[in-house]
Design a protein around this ligand. Structure first.
Ligand code: 6GU
Length: 262
């Protein structure tokens, strides 16, 4: 069986991925060949294994840059080995990765990911390879490896047949069936240190439970991530609005195409 999706990761530190790929859901998906992850050490492309991969920036300034003449041939060779994949380059300047971006990537057969280190890449890497530049948030990491792991994990969950229960991720926060936060969940015991499970969840009334969950989801989002709620209709502010009792999800839309990470 050939895997549903293949990730090629180009990095100077393939060892960072070892623990990540050898536990839990990812381990299982790799063992059953539902996904494939190939780690490529960019240093292997240097003619001499000790060849420098980085150099100081022209014009001065702090830090080191990954060299264009090291990175470009390496990406080109990986791409040539098979039908070229969608090329992502991790950099804090990139498009912010989110669930919708992940849904888009989950339709690909092959994703090639280029992980930077140091101060980043010589600009000509982007000029020549024209990758999609991707960031995972407005903060600075030591390199793209953590970002690559975030992409692998998020995208693999969306590939059909990997999680088992096909519906299990549809209602996760930010997902296709639910663009706002997931509702609260409870399991046994029914009471702990005086904190009880909401009575309605014990009632067996599925319609009521579904209603409670929708409402809870909306409340959680209002409290914790109000930025996710936009364009709630004018009358939702009145006391007898349907939103006060039963959220109308058609009245809620997500601010699309925002490129900043919240
Ligand atoms: Cl993709 N790289 C680095 N170095 N820092 C980041 C990032 C990527 N995304 C957020 N911060």
């Amino acid at each position: 069986m050939t895997s549903a999706i293949c990730f090629d990761v180009l990095t100077l530190f393939p060892g960072i991925f070892e623990g990540f790929l050898s536990e839990s859901v990812l381990k299982a998906a790799l063992t059953t060949q539902k996904i494939e992850v190939r780690l490529h050490n960019m240093r292997d492309w240097a003619e001499d294994k000790h060849a420098t991969m980085d150099d100081r920036p022209f014009g001065g300034g702090p830090g080191m840059l990954l060299k264009v003449d090291r990175v470009v041939p390496c990406v080109e060779e990986i791409q040539r080995r098979q039908k070229p994949g969608r090329l992502l380059m991790f950099t804090p300047q990139g498009r912010c990765f989110n669930q919708m971006f992940a849904e888009e990537l989950a339709t690909e057969q092959r994703i090639v990911m280029l992980c930077g280190r140091y101060e980043g890449f010589d600009e000509r890497v982007a000029e020549i390879l024209k990758p999609e530049e991707v960031s995972i948030g407005d903060y600075i990491l030591n390199g793209g490896e953590v970002a690559a792991m975030a992409v692998i994990e998020t995208v693999m969950r969306l590939v059909p047949g990997i999680l088992g229960d096909e519906d299990s991720n549809r209602f996760d926060s930010f997902s296709t069936g639910n663009r706002i936060l997931d509702c609260a969940h409870y399991t046994r015991p029914r009471e702990y240190r005086g904190f009880s499970v909401p009575e309605i969840l014990l009632s067996g009334n599925h319609a009521e439970i579904a209603r409670w969950r929708k409402n809870n989801s909306l409340q959680q989002t209002k409290e914790k991530r109000p930025d996710l709620l936009a364009a709630v209709s004018e009358n939702s502010h009145s006391e007898n609005s349907p939103l006060k009792t039963e959220p109308k999800f058609s009245q809620i839309s997500i601010i699309k195409n925002q490129n900043q990470c919240k």
